[in-house]
Ligand binder design. Structure first.
Ligand code: FAD
Length: 303
């Protein structure tokens, strides 16, 4: 009840107060905030992936604005010599309005990143977007093999067959690059595993497929048993360090993150920032008062 009350009234609180709840998970409003946090992480030998928080878009003008923001972010990141890459969500560039325009916008961003030998990761959104996001990735991957990667969600029943179907894109010279996560959206049981044990079992099956096929992977989880399972698979397949990394969200399980770094593995942290943090945080808190997890959800769910 108390949480619900807080969540209901939080949108009317001064931003400064809401920020107290959000600041552990969001690096700030501005690119400078993102650069500062990224530099701090780089100093701890942790790379970053930068993500601009966006609102649900209704027009292609907004998609154009979002593109400009990413183009600027890429320039500033490399000028600051940050060791990082970028994540984006296709719906912010018009996936649900005009697929062709969305492709053109994201292609422009990949072109910019490629000019710095950089890398763009396409975040995976909810299941109505899955086919389109895979198709988008396929198209971009054929033109920019070293500069684009995709996220796959272990909770989706289709994921193992998606992995098999995309194997044709893998090559020894320029391997595929996936981020494997559990998945954060609420999906119907007909298409998604629901139980913790089931999701974890499939996560490790997907990961094994990826590692044994020498595909580059971002092992994106804060779940200790999965991390330990990943260590075993890395050992089993003698996976070289340049073919995997662990990935975590900014502000989540920093001690576990440190232990992975201390074990000698590469770690990347997902650093979200942007002016839209307030709308996101408060809307999510209202929907579900479990604060921490909702603020994290805000980074992945549009609308
Ligand atoms: C780098 C990265 C990128 C991601 N990209 C996507 C994406 O593109 N699409 C998508 O659908 N999902 C994405 N996710 C979210 C992901 O799908 C999961 O929802 C999220 O990571 C929680 O799952 P988990 O593997 O940490 O396991 P869980 O079983 O949810 O959590 C395991 C343990 O981790 C800790 N923990 C987890 N989350 C939190 C939290 N918010 N606050 C405090 N402790 C926590 C707790 O101790 C918990 O018991 C991403 C996650 C990461 C790390």
């Amino acid at each position: 009840m108390f949480n619900k009350l807080i969540a209901a009234i939080l949108p009317f609180f001064p931003k400064k107060i809401v920020w107290i709840f959000s600041k552990s998970y969001i690096s700030g409003e501005t690119i400078e905030d993102a650069m500062r946090v990224s530099r701090e992480l780089n100093n701890k030998k942790i790379t970053v992936t930068l993500d601009v928080l966006g609102e649900f878009i209704k027009t292609l003008d907004e998609a154009e604005e979002n593109k400009k923001e990413y183009l600027n972010l890429i320039d500033i990141t490399y000028k600051n010599q940050i060791d990082g890459n970028f994540s984006l969500k296709p719906t912010s560039f018009g996936l649900l309005i005009d697929k062709k325009a969305c492709y053109t916008h994201i292609r422009d961003i990949v072109v910019k990143a490629a000019s710095y030998k950089g890398f763009i990761r396409i975040d995976m959104e909810d299941s109505p977007c899955t086919d389109d996001e895979i198709e988008l990735f396929r198209k971009l991957k054929s033109e920019f093999p070293a500069n684009v990667g995709l996220v796959l969600q272990a909770y989706l029943k289709r994921t193992y067959s998606d992995l098999e179907a995309m194997l044709d894109l893998n090559s020894h010279e320029i391997p595929l690059s996936y981020r494997l996560c559990k998945g954060i959206y609420v999906e119907p049981a007909a298409i998604a595993y629901k139980k913790y044990e089931e999701i974890n079992q499939h996560y490790l099956e997907d990961l094994e497929f990826i590692l044994k096929n020498r595909i580059h992977v971002g092992i994106a989880t804060h779940d200790k048993p999965l991390i330990e399972g990943a260590y075993k698979l890395i050992e089993k397949y003698k996976v070289p360090k340049n073919m995997y990394e662990f990935q975590m969200l900014y502000g989540v399980t920093p001690n576990l993150r440190e232990s992975i770094v201390n074990e000698g593995h590469n770690v990347r942290v997902y650093v979200p920032f942007g002016k839209q943090w307030f709308g996101y945080s408060t809307r999510r808190l209202k929907e579900n008062p479990k604060m921490a997890s909702l603020i994290i959800k805000a980074m992945f769910i549009k609308g």
